[in-house]
Design a protein around this ligand. Structure first.
Ligand code: NAI
Ligand code: MG
Length: 331
């Protein structure tokens, strides 16, 4: 029995995580769910964004399934609990597969995986204010770069991918991104993968006009964040894109989207991103057959016309979930 810390969070988080749990239940009875609180609503009830009890639940779990949280406006001392978790658990690899879940959705036939450094780069959250403005500490370390590049190489090789592209901006950020680039080429020596590089602005364009050349991307924190939202839009939208925050031992799985306050509580959110994040979690837990069952069920549900509003359909979150669950056959 694997233990899963379930952290639904704010806005549509609880709705889509509810769907993910329904679908996970349809493929396996080998998971035990431990529910924890996180985010803005938790803060307004308890005074904390990430309570000790939640950290304790995570401690005794094999993986985390996370929904989304709302960022408070106008709290200068706010530290994002999800950034805090990624850092504290040292989940240094952010993995975002980008492909259409159904041929009828999305704009281009991209089939990529973005592997993004998740603990340093632009997101150190170390900002210093002085009378003239604010200075941000942007960190690119040898250890941080080496381990993310190794992770990406292993992932690419394990998944039989053909090409790996380092995305950076070393023409402008010569020393920091230059270091990342140098380590990339060092670590790729002896690999059978086709080894490439692209500047981040060119990569943004290539994802649209040369998408067939994009396979596995390894990149720094901010670039990966932006490119993965672009990739998500190109392959069907935020409601469909899952992600993992990982290291070799542990993983936190979450939809790419946020708490979507504009549609929260209305039962119209697309739960696919959360459901597919659950499938990624099963892969990590070495339950790949069950994971594949979920992916097929999502494809088949859409194929049969089940679609939420963002997919130009009229299924509610619950109706869509029920169709997916009904197409999952326990293994
Ligand atoms: P968002 O991803 O929540 O929403 C962007 C747009 O996409 C909205 O129009 C929303 O309705 C739509 N959308 C998102 N997920 C959807 C789904 N599953 N089905 C259908 N439509 C969907 O991003 P936004 O609006 O910039 O941020 C809202 C809040 O979420 C903010 O407080 C932000 O800080 C937070 N956020 C949290 C994240 C996290 O918890 N990891 C990630 C991104 C944003
Ligand atoms: Mg983002």
């Amino acid at each position: 029995m694997k233990k899963i810390a379930v952290l639904p969070g704010d806005g549509i988080g609880p709705e889509v995580i509810g769907s993910a749990l329904t679908v996970l239940d349809a493929v396996t009875h080998d998971l035990e769910f431990l529910h924890g609180e996180i985010g803005l609503e938790c803060h307004s009830r308890t005074g904390e964004y990430l309570p000790r009890e939640t950290l304790d639940i995570i401690d005794e779990s094999d993986a985390v399934l996370f929904g989304a949280i709302t960022t408070p406006l106008g709290d200068p001392n706010y530290r994002s609990p999800i950034l805090q978790l990624r850092k504290q658990l040292d989940l240094y690899a952010n993995v975002r597969p980008l492909r259409k879940v159904h041929p009828s959705l999305g704009l281009v036939d991209l089939d990529a995986i973005i592997v993004r450094e998740n603990t340093e780069g632009m997101y150190t959250q170390i900002e210093r204010q002085d009378p003239e403005g604010v200075t941000l500490e942007r960190r690119v370390s040898i250890r941080g770069s080496r381990r993310i590049v190794r992770f990406a190489r292993e992932l690419a090789e394990k998944n039989c991918r053909k090409r790996i592209t380092c995305v950076h901006k070393s023409n402008a950020l010569r020393r920091s991104d230059g270091l990342f680039r140098e380590i990339f080429f060092e670590e790729m020596m002896g690999s059978n993968l086709e080894v490439k590089e692209l500047l981040v602005d060119a990569a943004a364009a290539a994802m649209i006009d040369r998408y067939k050349e994009i396979d596995v991307i390894v990149t720094l924190n901010l670039y990966g964040d932006i490119l993965s939202d672009e990739g998500s839009a190109l392959t069907g939208g935020l409601g469909l894109s899952p992600s993992a925050n990982m290291n070799a031992e542990f993983g936190l799985f979450e939809p790419v989207h946020g708490s979507a306050p504009d549609i929260a509580g209305r039962g119209v959110a697309n739960p696919t991103a959360a459901i597919l994040s659950g499938a990624m979690m099963l892969d990590f837990l070495e339950m790949s057959t069950e994971a594949e069952t979920i992916r097929l069920a999502v494809h088949d549900a859409i194929d049969k016309g089940a679609r939420t509003r963002d997919m130009k359909g009229d299924h509610s979150t619950q109706q869509f979930t029920d169709v997916v669950a009904s197409l999952c056959h326990p293994v």
